[in-house]
Ligand binder design. Sequence first.
Ligand SMILES: *Cc1c(COP(=O)(O)O)cnc(C)c1O
Length: 401
Amino acid sequence: MPAKNIKLPNERGYFGQFGGKFVPETLMPALAELEQAYREAQAEPEFQQEFLRLCRDYIGRPTPLYPAPRLSARSGGATILLKREDLAHTGAHKINNALGQGLLAKRMGKSRIIAETGAGQHGVAAATACAMLDLECIVYMGEEDIRRQSSNVFRMKLLGAEVRPVGSGSRTLKDAINEAIRDWVTNVEDTYYLLGSVVGPHPYPMIARDFQAIIGGETKEQVAATYHRLPDYLVACVGGGSNAIGLFHPFFDDKEVKFIGVEAAGQGLKTGHHSASLVTGRTGVLHGTRSQLLQDSDGQILETHSLAPGLDYPGVGPEHSYYQETGRASYVAVTDEQALEGFQLLCHTEGIIPALESAHAIYYAAQLAAGLTPEQLIVVNLSGRGDKDLDIVAKRIGVEL
Ligand SMILES: *Cc1c(COP(=O)(O)O)cnc(C)c1O
């Protein structure tokens, strides 16, 4: 559950100058209804207990905190601990948010769920939660992404979801979000929009954060149980920012714990082919929220690139922009090449095949560890497993499957 003392966002949905609700007027009542329903649910012990029960019985929580001895030794300094979100049901952290919001939709009496997906990971998580909770599920997905991620499209269909192709714009994630918002405007009465990360208009960044904060809450208890102290560093990859904020947030008031978010530098920051919204972006509005964005001088959203499908998004959650501006967290960027090195490093040292997104955090943590001592603790969020990325990796290292 979230940190106790942080009063963020404020009543208008702002984290400092970031956040807010930049949506068509017709959606304002829907956002207000959602916020009220969420606050009621949060205050209700039965709702919280049901979420925690399903986290345990269905997702398999708590996920382990694994001290990685060979990775630590190879890195030559600090002790690296891996928070094993890759062992959660469906193989990544996204199910925490999908399950929580699915329960919320049910409580609100909404039977029709819509979701957006890029590479298909959130679509699969949403379809999974909807199957289990007996909810209708429609997933918007860009035609380009459908072509690239056919096995996730098949997964969603097996789980009973309808996948609706989006042919506008670059036919990728940002266009799928636009289309999902359009659907919501039209069908707001019976429809719940299940957003996949800590982005979008208020209250979504707060809701997704609170459901993902189970990651950091468990981590705090697990580190305390073994080491009787707080960790020194928390490291996580940042796409929209949900796995990172989920790990960071419960430590917000523990100022001695340093937060590091790792973005995708893609082919290199100088090439323009990357997704580093915090490291290189400017403030603007996208998908209903004010945050750091990749945009040109006319405010047009730029094409993004990352080897990791889940990091390929031109914006970032507003709470991260706030953490960056206030210095609470620092943000760095790791290239495709370096992430691939992190990927292979974890395979070889620990027998764990990480998601390419998580491999960005692994690479950075290994570099960071080298300059520290074994008494120092670095927690890395292993946000997902790498099975979904085998084709990308094989192609990249020149192996024919
Ligand atoms: C989607 C995804 C991410 C990126 O999303 P965040 O909201 O930044 O967490 C990271 N890792 C994995 C495994 C993912 O599927």
